[in-house]
Design a protein around this ligand. Structure first.
Ligand code: PMP
Length: 373
């Protein structure tokens, strides 16, 4: 009888604790957030029904377009600037500089505006113009430069670094080498773990700086080393080779011989030809190649079948999720990230005329995923 009573008591106590924990979470969700910065992170995890049903796996994606600046990069901007302010590397009201294809620029401009800092962004002039317009709307300065290799002094990263060095109290955000980037995504990984209750088999992502795949892979594998991490790499990027064969990035790039990618990709924000401090932190099990055509078809597929309007890297991530699902076989849970929405890609990735010029007009119909190779 005594052990029966003890059991009933333990069960009751357990249920009460569970209830209190859930109530606490619910309160956190309903809580008033503190300013625009309080809206960053804690994004929902969305089940993509069509991809799940077609692959036989559960395909889940973090809806990062719901961050207040519209992309996953809000997390990084907040982490980079908070760490710099608390360590005294950025003076209050000081200047923040960055070289970026755009998304990080938008996020930094937003965080700077929220904190009363100044911001100057340098970006390649072939990146979608929407992002430059948004950065300026937040009150930041934008300099658009012709696309050159990282070894060239006019590369956006080098321009931004020089600007910060020349300005007292300024911070060069340095998203490629600054490990605050991947630390921001350790939290993204924690959210994924909590939202799935630890029931996931794989995480798939492209890499631009490598911050996302590094932070999330470390976070998930620390909790369960069996979680498989896959890279999806677009055309022109050499990370695929690095992961597949342990090969360092293209020798020509290191020697400054190659000034641009041998061919470019439509997926803005992912693909890189050098190893960054952030990517070096990533724990990647395997890699897939993704093509521009697959990304364009996937974006059109998600619009048609889900009403989900995503940007190019998010579309490529979903291509990666399908490839991972096929590699693992039915019955697995595969998580990826919707880095941003389609709105900021109106002039290129979501512009039918631009796609036609590139010979990339989507043709696939219905729910079949045959366009994924
Ligand atoms: N998608 C978009 C739209 C981006 O701007 C970036 C970052 N450049 C990425 C994906 C890649 O993320 P990460 O830098 O964390 O590798």
């Amino acid at each position: 009888l005594a052990s029966c009573l003890a059991l009933v008591f333990a069960a009751g106590a357990g249920a009460t604790l569970c209830y209190l924990y859930l109530a606490w979470w619910k309160r956190q969700e309903d809580e008033v957030r503190s300013g625009v910065l309080g809206l960053i992170g804690n994004t929902p995890l969305v089940r993509i029904a069509s991809l799940s049903e077609e692959t036989g796996c559960e395909i889940l994606a973090k809806a990062e377009m719901l961050n207040p600046g519209g992309s996953v990069k809000d997390r990084v901007a907040l982490q980079v600037v908070s760490e710099a302010l608390s360590e005294g590397r950025l003076a209050p009201g000081g200047l923040i500089t960055e070289g970026t294809a755009g998304s990080t620029g938008v996020s930094l401009a937003m965080v700077a505006a929220a904190l009363g800092c100044r911001c100057a962004i340098t970006m390649p002039d072939d990146a979608a113009i929407e992002k430059a317009t948004m950065i300026q709307a937040y009150g930041a300065a934008v300099q658009r430069v012709r696309p050159v290799s990282i070894v060239h002094p006019d590369h956006p990263v080098n321009v931004a670094r020089r600007e910060a060095v020349a300005t007292p109290g300024a911070l060069f955000a340095d998203q490629f080498e600054n490990e605050a980037n991947y630390r921001a995504h350790v939290k993204t990984g924690e959210e994924i773990w909590r939202q799935t209750g630890g029931r996931l088999h794989a995480f798939v992502s492209g890499a631009g700086t490598g911050g996302t795949i590094a932070g999330v892979s470390r976070s998930l594998k620390a909790r369960d080393p069996r979680v498989r991490v896959f890279l999806i790499d677009p055309p022109g990027s050499s990370l695929f080779n690095k992961v597949k064969r342990g090969v360092m990035y293209a020798r020509e790039e290191a020697e400054g011989k190659r000034l641009r990618n041998p061919f470019d990709t439509i997926t803005e924000g992912i693909g890189i030809n050098r190893l960054t401090a952030n990517f070096n932190r990533a724990l990647v099990d395997d890699a897939f190649r993704g093509s521009d055509r697959e990304a364009v078809e996937m974006a059109s597929y998600l619009l048609r079948n889900e009403g989900l309007w995503v940007g190019s890297s998010a579309a490529m991530n979903c291509v990666g999720a399908v490839k991972a699902a096929r590699a693992l076989g039915p019955g697995h849970v595969v998580v990826t990230l919707l880095c941003d929405g389609g709105h900021r890609h109106l002039s290129k990735f979501h512009n039918p005329e631009y796609l036609a010029q590139m010979g990339l007009t989507p043709v696939a119909q219905g729910r079949s995923l045959d366009f994924v190779e």
